[in-house]
Ligand binder design. Structure first.
Ligand code: UDP
Length: 537
């Protein structure tokens, strides 16, 4: 069946069900963005013309919202709890729906079982049954539930699963045997999926797929309106939960010398003690009202938590400067509770590394908050800056439209193409875009490629995993071994040893060791659309 673009989202809103606050939040978002989705669908339909697209049958099982996994998020929707995940799920659902696919949505184990066709009372059905879906989008909670209730089908159909995984899963943590043997076994990893089946909120490592979410853009009229309506001395604090404000009196005191401080902190009956009296607290706002507040403000200021949420991008889109703290030393699973047990070795150098690295000044300022002078100087400098809504300055990767493969539907198809192709190596991206580099010792391929203005492309690893490749790069190998190691292929200077990768699932852009010069498959990319190389379409 041919997939036909849809512009009317009312059936999707029905499919999304009701009851839970989390679903209500998601539905409100989808409803509010209906006109933009419809426009995107029309634009994409025009662009693709008569290109045939298969209609896929897709199950979306949102595991973290099921009672069976505790559903800790829904009761906190109206109390300042995390909303970023719901923003992303709402946008994934809308994308799949607008693209014309057949959708089923489940938020309970019972619904999951009935959709998978598991007979009642036979949760551990040992037989592999035909799966009525081409694709399943879920999360780690959902994955666990499917493993328990699909019997043999789980193994048989694992390649149809896509895991929405905010912070990502690096190959070393994904490979069960390797993770167990080498200390990478965590609460979440070791599923032996293809690393590209994990889809992240931001582009952490290209080993995973960058799913992203929708960041709204303003039209020209809105931009002009905002420009006129900005209060140059108004700041909004990033943090809906009072605990985020704890111990920040000093910074708030400094900021208060220059700006009127607004907050959207949830409170029960009185002002939370963490929020000083000079702050104008609006309480937790509905998303559109929060965005209206950002339209008036000059500054959106983060105090280190939450990590990597959507709010800073919304603030920037609404013409705010985002000021955030630099982390030194960087936060990681080794030194920070929040990242502990997460299947990633990533070091986080600021509250929002994506905003820092892909957007940067003049929209994003990352400073050392431990240095009061630097902090105060940044505030003063930001107050002197003009409004960027109409004319943003240059930024590394095009700050206006943050480089997400998910900025409204047209790009979401690119994402699909990339996704399908990358699971069938060799087809896409074309091999001619490969740029191989031998990294300096201790450098991960993610960073080594970026050092050259390129991105690491894990699907190219097989091309580099040979003696021939080492030879072409004139690496002086005295010996060559083939072993399981997520840093291979690599070269070790002492002993002039070359190492090849024995296990394709362990090819990894992430990861580094002072012992190795890694052999890195890089490629170029389009500004604002890192999923695509420059001449690949
Ligand atoms: N948000 C909201 N009301 C508020 C503050 C924030 O609806 O008073 C929304 C905001 O628009 C954003 C979402 O909360 O899309 C998630 O924001 P954040 O970056 O804080 O990530 P989280 O930690 O909630 O996942």
């Amino acid at each position: 069946v041919q997939a036909v673009f849809r512009s009317n989202l009312s059936h999707l809103l029905e499919l999304m069900g009701s009851g839970k606050e989390s679903l209500i939040f998601m539905k409100k978002r989808t409803k509010r963005l209906t006109a933009q989705w419809a426009l995107a669908a029309q634009r994409l339909a025009r662009k693709l013309g008569s290109v045939w697209r298969d209609q896929k049958q897709i199950l979306v099982h949102i595991g973290f919202l099921t009672e069976e996994s505790g559903d800790v998020f829904s009761p906190r929707v109206l109390k300042g709890g995390p909303l970023g995940e719901m923003v992303q799920w709402a946008d994934i659902l809308a994308t799949l729906y607008v693209l014309g696919h057949g959708l089923r949505i489940t938020v309970s184990l019972k619904e999951l079982q009935s959709n998978l066709g598991v007979p009642p009372g036979r949760g551990n059905c040992p037989l592999a049954m035909p799966l009525p879906f081409d694709l399943i989008y879920t999360d780690y909670h959902g994955l666990q539930q499917m493993k328990q209730h699909m019997g043999l089908s789980f193994k048989q159909y694992r390649c149809r699963i896509r895991v929405i995984d905010t912070f990502g899963t690096e190959p070393a943590y994904n490979h069960e045997e390797y993770a167990t043997l080498h200390g990478y076994r965590t609460n979440w990893g070791y599923w032996n999926l293809h690393p590209r089946q994990f889809m992240t909120m931001f582009p952490h490592t290209p080993d995973n797929s960058f799913m992203g979410f929708v960041s709204e853009e303003l039209n020209e009229t809105e931009k002009q309106l905002i420009k006129g309506g900005k209060a140059s001395n108004m700041a909004v604090v990033y943090g809906k939960e009072a605990s985020i404000w704890k111990g920040k009196e000093k910074f708030l005191g400094i900021l208060n010398k220059y700006m009127e401080i607004h907050g959207t902190v949830y409170y029960e009956s009185q002002r939370p003690p963490e929020v000083p009296a000079f702050v104008k607290n609006h309480g937790l706002l509905p998303q559109p009202e929060f965005q209206q507040l950002l339209r008036k403000a000059k500054l959106f200021i983060g105090f280190g938590f939450p990590y990597e949420g959507p709010a800073p991008l919304e603030a920037i889109a609404n013409g705010c400067v985002f000021l955030q703290s630099r982390f030194s030393p960087p936060h990681s699973s080794l030194n920070h509770e929040f990242f502990r047990g997460k299947p990633t070795s990533r070091e986080v150098f600021s509250q929002h590394p994506y905003a820092e690295n892909f957007i940067g000044k003049p929209h994003v300022w990352t400073v050392d908050y431990n240095n009061s002078e630097e902090f105060e100087a940044a505030i003063k400098a930001i107050m002197r800056t003009q409004d960027f809504c109409a004319a943003p300055g240059p930024a590394p990767l095009g700050a206006r439209a943050p480089p997400s493969p998910f900025v409204l539907a047209p790009n979401a198809t690119h994402l699909e193409w990339a996704q399908n192709a990358s699971l069938a190596p060799g087809a896409w991206p074309p091999a001619h875009s490969l740029r191989a580099w031998l990294a300096t010792a201790g450098r991960a391929c993610t960073d080594a490629c970026l050092d050259h203005g390129l991105i690491c492309e894990p699907s190219f690893f097989p091309f580099l995993n040979s003696q021939d490749a080492f030879q072409k790069l004139q690496v002086p190998c005295d010996s060559t071994e083939s072993e399981m190691n997520h840093l291979y292929p690599a070269f070790a200077q002492p002993g002039r040893e070359c190492f090849l990768q024995k296990e394709p699932l362990l090819f990894s852009c992430a990861g580094a060791s002072a012992k190795y010069h890694r052999l890195c498959p890089c490629r170029d990319f389009r500004k604002g659309q890192v999923a695509l190389c420059r001449d690949c379409l």
